[in-house]
Design a protein around this ligand. Structure first.
Ligand SMILES: [Zn+2]
Length: 224
């Protein structure tokens, strides 16, 4: 073997090694790339599978809603809403909007709720009517962007809440509640009990809150 051939052989062996290394690196890079893609896909799938419910407790610490016998709608609902969710299945996420009850305009409230990208928004209030105690109502707005879905979810909530015989009547109304129109998700309002019925105020602050919470949790777990 002359020197030239030797040199060529060494060179070609050398380039083969380099080529092999690049090939291995490529495989490694491909592996890294695929892992990143699969992690992203997994993360996106989790996002897609999570059903986010935003609960908007009516009123705030300035506008406390109806006040009867020194009891305010805001205070009764604050304690009720804090306990309304029990054990949830992994794909249901509940976010309490504005838990401290900061004062905000309707526009601010809607913008903050929309930023949470909810799949469903439930605004919880107490009613005020001459119908007496043991009444609840679902209030819908047909200008809500997910009106059909809202009706579906509302009807499921009625099925669950009526397991508690205390709420002898749960009616459905379609009105022009502004918040329901401003949120970018199916949404409805739940009016649970009447503020001007002392029996309802007592019920929601005693054993009633546990029953409502149990049925509400079952409703949430039935979503999705
Ligand atoms: Zn209210």
């Amino acid at each position: 073997m002359n020197n030239k051939v030797k040199k060529e052989l060494v060179l070609s062996m050398f380039s083969m090694i380099i080529f092999e290394q690049i090939f291995k690196m490529k495989k490694y890079l491909l592996f890294v790339l695929l892992s990143i893609v699969s992690i992203n896909v997994q993360a996106n799938c989790e996002d897609l599978n999570t059903f986010t419910v935003v609960i908007d407790r009516g009123h705030d610490n300035v506008d406390k809603g109806a006040i009867v016998d020194d009891e305010s709608e805001f205070d009764i609902l604050s304690s009720l809403v804090a306990e309304i969710t029990g054990e949830l299945t992994s794909n249901i996420k509940v976010i309490y909007h504005n838990p401290t009850g900061s004062r905000m305009t309707l526009e601010e409230r809607a913008a903050q709720i929309n930023a949470l990208k909810p799949d469903l928004v439930i605004s919880i209030h107490m009613g005020f009517s001459d119908n007496g105690p043991r009444q609840a109502a679902i209030v819908l707005n047909d200008k809500n962007m997910g009106f059909e879905k809202s009706k579906e979810h509302a009807s499921s909530l009625i099925t669950h809440l009526s397991k508690d015989a205390y709420f002898s009547t749960i009616r459905t109304e379609v009105t022009g509640v502004a918040l329901l129109e401003k949120v970018n998700a199916p949404a409805f309002m739940l009016e649970i009990g009447n503020m001007n019925a002392s029996r309802d105020r007592y019920y929601l602050q005693s054993n009633g809150s546990k029953r409502v919470s149990l049925n509400f949790t079952a409703f949430l777990n039935d979503l999705n």
